[in-house]
Each structure stands twice: as C-alpha cells, then as structure tokens.
Design a protein around this ligand. Structure first.
Ligand code: SF4
Ligand code: SF4
Length: 222
C-alpha cells in the first residue's frame, strides 16, 4: 500500500488561511490503513480546524466526506454534489488522489493534506516500512523475496557493501542490511549458491528513470 503521513497542522492551517468553506476529503484505501487520511482522520482534522478557527474569531464551514478511493474516477465523480458550496478541497488522499481530484474538478482549488511517502507494509501496529520501489522489473525471485532496490540504502544489486555491520546497514543501527536479510533467507532455502552469480546492471528504463509510466490493458478497456 501507499504509506503517507498527515502534514503538520500549522502547514495545513496556513494553506487554508484564505478559505472559509472547505471540503475535507478522505480516502478509504491505503491512507485509511496507515491512519493518515481515512474517515477518522478527516473527522479529527476537521474538528481541529474548526477549533483553531474559532479561537481566532474566524467563521469557517467544513464539509467532511470520505470516498472509497480517490484514485478511481467513478468514486471521485461522486464528490460533485459536495462541491457547489465550497471554495477549496483539502484532500487527505495520497498524491495520486490529490491529482485525480484536481484533474476532475479543474475550477476548484485542491490542496494536499498529506505527505505521501512510499510503498510499504505494516510491520507491527503503528509501524509501516518501505518494501518496493516500483522498479517495473521485479527481481525478488533472485533475492530470496527481499527487495534490494527498496530496502538496501544504496539499491545494490550485488551486496552487501563494506558498510554492513552485525546485520545492520551503515546508515543506522535501526536499519537491517537488506543484503544480510537476503543472505539469511537464501541460506535457509539452501540457495546461497545464487549469491555468487553477478547480477548485471539493471535496466532502469522500466523504473521512474524511464519517465512517467502507464499500464494499458487492452482487454479491460471499454
Ligand atoms: S525488485 Fe522492483 S518491483 Fe520487485 S519489490 Fe523491488 S522495487 Fe518492487
Ligand atoms: S549496509 Fe547493507 S543495506 Fe546498507 S547500503 Fe550496504 S548493502 Fe545496502
């Protein structure tokens, strides 16, 4: 899932300073799971904005709405009825959601309430970690199901580097060395012989380096 965090309250307040009728839109998918932009967070943030405005003697009106997914046009279309009486939209979706709202409603200002981080997963309650960098040509079959692109600080294809120490990455004792994890996993599978194979330079054209990417599935198009 996409992992995001709410922007600092002061930054959100400042972005909204010129607006009095605000639609706060949550997203029911990834950002709900990582507790950044779901219905609950929409409610808490909206209340905080109302309280802050009242303390400053300002009259503001906030409409709260959470849709199933901000990255799907049919759900975004459902917001139209809420837009007539507002002068700004604060999206608590990821950056994809913000852009979908802005494109769908070009005549209304859409602002981001979250900082979008990475693709990751839940490690424990309240802890999410990056796991995939979306390189477009997955090599997990070669690396014991552990991604060196996303989880090695240097995205090394042949590791570890000289900085690996007691299973930790040289950048921090808090960060596991991805190549140590790869080694341990391949060892458990009796596949360490794979590690003597040199992985050639990766073709990054399928990753972000190749420019904005698009998937077209002709079989699904209407
Ligand atoms: S190899 Fe590429 S696609 Fe596979 S998990 Fe890593 S970044 Fe994601
Ligand atoms: S210590 Fe391990 S994870 Fe850190 S940069 Fe080196 S190989 Fe990558």
């Amino acid at each position: 899932m996409i992992v995001a965090e709410q922007k600092p309250f002061e930054e959100i307040e400042e972005m909204l300073a010129d607006y009095r009728r605000i639609l706060v839109v949550g997203c029911g998918a990834c950002v709900t799971v990582c507790a950044a932009g779901g219905e609950k967070e929409v409610g808490i943030l909206s209340s905080a904005l109302r309280i802050a405005a009242k303390a400053k003697g300002l009259e503001i009106e906030i409409v709260e709405k959470t849709i199933v997914r901000q990255c799907e046009p049919e759900y975004v279309e459902g917001l139209r009825e809420y837009l007539a009486d507002v002068d700004v939209v604060l999206s608590l979706g990821c950056g994809v959601g913000v852009q979908h709202l802005a494109e769908a409603y070009p005549k209304i200002r859409v602002l981001p309430g979250l900082n979008t981080g990475f693709m990751g997963g839940t490690r424990e309650h309240g802890v999410w970690a990056e796991a995939c960098a979306g390189c477009g040509n997955c090599i997990l079959a070669e690396t014991g199901g552990i991604c060196p692109i996303a989880r090695c600080s240097k995205s090394l294809l042949n590791g570890p580097c000289g900085g690996s120490h007691n299973g930790k990455c040289e950048i921090s004792d808090e960060v596991d060395c991805a190549w140590q994890l790869i080694y341990d996993h391949l060892q458990a599978l009796g596949l360490t012989s794979r590690l003597v194979e040199i992985r050639p330079t990766k073709d990054w054209a399928t990753a972000r380096d190749g420019g904005p990417r698009k998937v077209v599935r002709e079989d699904l198009r209407l």
